[in-house]
Design a binder for this molecule. Structure first.
Ligand code: ADP
Ligand code: ADP
Length: 232
């Protein structure tokens, strides 16, 4: 993933403009667990959403897996996005769909072969340890279980990259640890590059090998670190 001189300018209600992201360049290598840290409002979410073009950059270039996403047709962008999974602080599950149906959604959108969809749902739910809860609704699950469903949904189309926006901020410490372990096993066993936005230094230190500090929409510093491991 390369961001080259990327900016995101929002138009404010009073017609002034606001640089949420200001001339950011960074490279994320295949195999990284990459952390983006900074205080609330620093621009972390916006930066993450620029990687899969959920936010369209005002200027600059976003390259993922050798492809310039800022230059693709809508259809090609949709296809490129399928290799980028994303999870969120508040899980963003569809409340009137079961666990099974939630995980099916991206497979339907990607026109995954019909006959293989159910097998794929089972496979990803088994990976996150939720195979037995397939017919439950989100309201019947704990926070950690909901995040596991969201992770399964993000993995359904076999992405090469998983973007995580404050993935454990709504969870208690024990559940946080569980989810970090799931992320680590995704990294290790499925060979997925992971990008995590967080305001929590402890989380970043536990599993990331490289971290960028964002402040006021700009890169303050990028450093390589040695992940400390997940501790209680
Ligand atoms: P963080 O994730 O670090 O908390 P965000 O990326 O969510 O920061 O937001 C960065 C800044 O951009 C904040 O001041 C926020 O209010 C502003 N912002 C985010 N999205 C929009 C938007 N759609 N329109 C206007 N301002 C926005
Ligand atoms: P989080 O802090 O969980 O990252 P936010 O509350 O900052 O989320 O943002 C939630 C949504 O509201 C995002 O889609 C963001 O783009 C939008 N948003 C944030 N700040 C503003 C703003 N000042 N004006 C308009 N939209 C905003």
């Amino acid at each position: 993933i390369s961001l080259i001189d990327v900016s995101k300018v929002y138009n404010q209600k009073d017609n002034s403009t606001f640089h949420a992201i200001d001339s950011v360049s960074l490279s994320i290598n295949r195999g990284d667990i990459y952390g983006i840290i900074g205080r609330s409002g620093a621009g972390k979410s916006t930066l993450l959403r620029l990687i899969n073009l959920l936010e369209i950059p005002s200027s600059g270039t976003v390259i993922v897996d050798g492809e310039d996403l800022t230059n693709l047709s809508k259809q090609k962008l949709r296809h490129a996005r399928q290799s980028i999974g994303m999870i969120f602080q508040h899980f963003n599950l569809v409340s009137n769909k079961t666990v099974l149906e939630n995980v099916l959604v991206p497979l339907e959108l990607a026109r995954y072969p019909k006959k293989e969809r159910l097998d794929r749902v089972r496979e990803v739910l088994r990976f996150v340890g939720l195979e037995d809860l397939m017919s439950k609704y989100p309201s019947q699950l704990s926070g950690g279980q909901k995040q596991r469903v969201a992770i399964a949904r993000a993995l359904a189309n076999k992405p090469k990259i998983l973007l995580c926006d404050e993935p454990t901020s709504a969870l208690d410490p024990n559940t946080t640890k569980e989810i970090l372990e799931v992320l680590q096993s995704i990294h290790k066993e499925l060979d997925v590059t992971i990008v995590i936005v967080s305001h929590e230094m402890d989380l970043i230190k536990s599993i990331c090998n490289r971290v960028t500090i964002i402040d006021n929409g700009q890169v303050y510093e990028t450093v390589d670190i040695k992940p400390k491991g997940i501790v209680n």
